[in-house]
Ligand binder design. Sequence first.
Ligand code: ZN
Length: 464
Amino acid sequence: MLARIFCRHAAWLICIAGMTVLPAAAQNGSIGSASPAAAPQERPATPPSARESAEEEQAAKPEESRATQQYTLSHERYQKAITLSRAEYTLYFVSFFYGLLVLVLLLRLGIAAKFRDIAERVSDARFVQALVFVPLLLLTTAILRLPLRIYGHALSLRYEQSVQGWGSWLVDWTKSELLGLILSTLLVLILFAVIRRSPRRWWFYFWAAALPIALATFFISPWVIDPLFNRFEPLQTTHPELVTAIERVVQRAGMTIPQERMFLMRASLKQNSLNAYVTGFGASKRVVVWDTTIQKMTTDETLFIFGHEMGHYVLNHVRNGFLFIAASLLVAFYLAFRGLHWALDRWGALWKVRGPEDWAALAVMLIVLSVILFLASPLASGFSRMQEHNADVYGLEVIHGIVPNSAEVSAHAFQVLGEVDLSDPNPPAFITFWLYSHPPLADRLVFAHSYDPWSKGESPLFVK
Ligand SMILES: [Zn+2]
């Protein structure tokens, strides 16, 4: 459940404050939850009281009674969804400010400077110093942040979003921290090399160097990183009948997605929530469907989910997401350059940081970058919501004419998704604006139920 706000294993990228926010955010295919980029998604408009009258209305029209016109939850699940989502929003903001506090304290108490002294005592070689300093700083912050991560997992266990035991969870945490450390150390070495060589333009050179690394990481992650956390199997071996159905949808779009690019993820070993996503690019591009989705949805509903994912695939959302993030990071790094000098001029002496090329300046850089990326959240979320909406449109269009009563099937798929994932029935507008990577679920459901260009003689947007 935490995955709705924090990435599962992609956190290691975010945690170095966006130096490589990219691979995490570029996995922008998910249907709903667990979009590693950012956040949660959904909401239904109807509180229980309003719902009752809607139900009465439906009871008067038996024909309509099975129609999924609105996202509705039982009283019990409604309360749970509200409590859980409010706790998650709070956790998101608390985590951000707590993370800042940790870094500020490490500087103010002279701990970052002490780590630097240790590193410099060990060796004169910059490379060796980085191998000492970066793990000291990053592991300290990771351990200090661990209590909030533990709380998040406890929350997802209590609300039955996760079934992962604490031992397995801790192993995953350790793996992701180690991966993060390896990548961070590499990036920090590059960062300080360019800062020393070009004190005024390092932000541009670092950007130019970090992009290919982030891209390469993202490219290999379906083969190298994802299997460290979950089991993947070809969809064809486990669900051949689903692949056959999917192929009809793929053909309808005039597309080819080879069977080898369709995977089943054994999500049920760790969680209850439903999802599917598109990841990788070029040779590693693929569609992944969680087994939980297949277990809890009908084949037709799963086809809609697949259609949505296919939308991401066909509409090049991964590539566009990458370009968006690349452009955003260029601006972010420039602002980080200005912010770093500003902060060091004011507090450098107090923090015992000698200048931008001092290892201890990394802590300052992380503060500055975190703040910039935090403030950019609404922009990233807005961009993602736009893509997700287009993927919904694509999914609706591509199953039209193949799946009988496709609008109702799609709306009901959202209903199932919301019930299982405990999607917030009523997210505050500010929360949607700030961190929803998907439109609120209730809006998506209503849109799915009412989208019908065909009967109006209009042309569909993507699938003609
Ligand atoms: Zn999506």
